[in-house]
Design a protein around this ligand. Structure first.
Ligand code: PLP
Length: 389
C-alpha cells in the first residue's frame, strides 16, 4: 500500500486549497487516483437535509460506493437507495439497518429480490407488470412504488425513457399490485441527473402531480413520493447552493402534493464535490504542422472513470500547475487504444500552452460517477484508485 503524506501545510491552507487538493499537491500517484474527503459528504448531507426538511434522504449508492462514504452516511442516519444485491450487501455490511434501504432499480434479478426480502428490505421500485409479479413472488406483501416516466428533462444527464411507465400504465400497475397482495405506497420519478436549477423541476412535478391526483381519484391511498436525485454539482456552470435548491424543490412539492411523505435520492449532489482526481498528462501532440488544436492525452479516460464525458454531457474542470500561463484550445483524450476514448472535442478545452507529458492535472468535483464507472482494466490500464481522507 502506498504511504501518503497527510500533513497539510500552512501554505496550502492560506491558498485556500480544499483538503483534497492540498493532499494531491503534497503527494505523487502511480495511477489516476480519486481522493475523497468524507467531511465534505457530511457537510452536503446537512446542507441537503436543511433544505429538504422532513423529507428522508436515501443516498444513491451508485454515485460512489466507497465504504467510508457509506460509513459516514450510516453515522448520520441516512437511508440508502440500492440498485442491486451488491449495493444492499455493502450497506448492510457497513451497519445500515435493512429498514433504511430501498431497492430502487426497476430491473431486478428474482433471486436478488428474494435476498433483499430475507435481509429485511421492505420497499421496492417497479415500472412493469413482470417486475411486480417477481416482487410478489419473492417479497410477498412488500411495499412498492411505481416509477413514472419523465418526458421533459432539462438535465445535463437525463435518465429519460429507459425507466418508468406512463400515467395509464401506472394506474394499472397500482391495481395489479393490490391484486398481487403487494402494498402500493406511491410514485417515484427522476427529474434527470445534474438538473442545474430548482425551477427546472416544475414541469416534471406538474406531470407527476396529475398522475398522483388520478391515482387518488381511482381510490389508491398513496402516501409516499420518491423525488429521486437530480441535485447538481459544480462543473463550471452556475448552480444553486444545496440548501436553497432543496428548499425550493420541497416547496414546489408541498404546493402540489401537500403534506405527503417524501423521500429524495441524491447521489451526485451528495458526493461530487467531495472528490478530485489526480491525473497526469501522458502526451501532447498535433496531427499536422498546421493543426490548430493540440491533442492532450491523459492517463484517465472514458473507460477508467470519466464515462460521463459521453456526448460531452458533463464537463469537468481541470486545474494544472501552469494555470498562470497562457492557455489555448485542445482536444482532451484518454489513454486507451479506442477511438471512442475522447473526452472533449466538439467543444475543446482551454489548457496551458506549455502543458507537457508528466504534468499533473487535477480534475475537480468528480466524486460522483467516476470510481463506480471505471472498468476493471481496459487495455491493461488499472482501474481508478481511491484514497479517502
Ligand atoms: C433511481 C435513482 N435514484 C437516484 C439517482 C441519483 O441521481 P443523482 O446522482 O442525479 O442525484 C439515480 C441515478 O441514476 C437513480 O437511478
Amino acid at each position: 500500500m502506498t504511504a501518503y503524506v497527510t500533513e497539510f501545510s500552512v501554505r496550502d491552507r492560506a491558498r485556500d486549497l480544499s483538503r483534497v487538493e492540498a493532499f494531491i499537491e503534497l503527494n505523487s500517484f502511480e495511477r489516476p487516483t480519486l481522493v475523497l474527503d468524507t467531511d465534505v459528504v457530511t457537510d452536503n448531507f446537512h446542507a441537503l437535509q436543511a433544505g429538504l426538511g422532513h423529507a428522508r434522504i436515501h443516498y444513491a449508492v451508485k454515485a460512489n460506493p466507497a465504504p467510508e462514504i457509506i460509513d459516514t452516511l450510516v453515522a448520520l442516519g441516512s437511508h440508502f437507495d440500492a440498485a442491486s444485491r451488491g449495493e444492499i450487501e455493502l450497506c448492510l455490511s457497513r451497519g445500515a439497518p435493512a429498514s433504511h434501504i430501498s431497492f430502487g432499480n426497476t430491473v431486478k434479478r428474482a433471486s436478488d429480490i428474494a435476498f433483499a426480502h430475507r435481509a429485511g428490505v421492505t420497499l421496492f421500485a417497479a415500472d412493469s407488470d413482470e417486475e411486480l409479479a417477481k416482487i410478489a413472488a419473492h417479497a410477498p406483501g412488500a411495499q412498492v412504488y411505481i416509477r413514472l416516466i419523465v418526458e421533459a428533462s432539462e438535465a445535463d444527464w437525463p435518465l429519460s425513457r429507459k425507466f418508468g411507465c406512463d400515467r395509464a400504465m401506472a394506474l394499472e400497475l397500482l391495481d395489479r399490485a393490490v391484486d398481487l397482495g403487494l402494498e402500493p405506497v406511491g410514485f417515484s420519478f427522476h427529474v434527470g441527473s445534474q438538473t442545474r436549477r430548482a425551477s427546472m423541476w416544475a414541469p416534471t412535478l406538474d406531470e407527476v402531480a396529475g398522475t398522483w391526483e388520478a391515482a387518488r381519484a381511482a381510490g389508491h391511498d398513496l402516501h409516499l413520493l420518491n423525488i429521486g436525485g437530480g441535485f447538481p454539482a459544480f462543473y463550471g456552470e452556475v448552480i444553486e447552493a444545496p440548501t436553497p435548491y432543496a428548499a425550493s424543490v420541497i416547496s414546489m412539492v408541498r404546493d402540489r402534493f401537500g403534506d405527503v411523505e417524501v423521500m429524495a435520492e441524491p447521489g451526485r449532489g451528495m458526493v461530487a464535490n467531495a472528490g478530485a482526481i489526480a491525473a497526469e498528462v501522458m502526451l501532447v501532440s498535433r496531427k499536422s504542422d498546421s493543426d490548430l488544436h493540440r491533442w492532450v492525452y491523459l492517463d484517465i479516460g472514458k473507460f477508467s472513470g470519466l464515462a460521463e464525458t459521453i456526448d460531452e454531457a458533463i464537463r469537468y474542470q481541470c486545474a494544472t500547475d501552469r494555470d498562470h500561463e497562457a492557455t489555448g484550445p485542445c482536444v482532451l483524450a484518454g489513454p486507451s487504444c479506442d477511438s471512442a476514448d475522447v473526452l472533449y472535442e466538439k467543444t475543446p478545452v482551454q489548457l496551458p500552452v506549455g502543458l507537457t507529458a508528466g504534468d499533473r492535472v487535477v480534475i475537480r468535483n468528480c466524486g460522483a460517477y467516476t470510481s463506480s464507472y471505471a472498468s476493471v482494466g481496459f487495455n491493461g490500464f488499472p482501474p481508478l484508485d481511491v484514497v479517502v481522507l
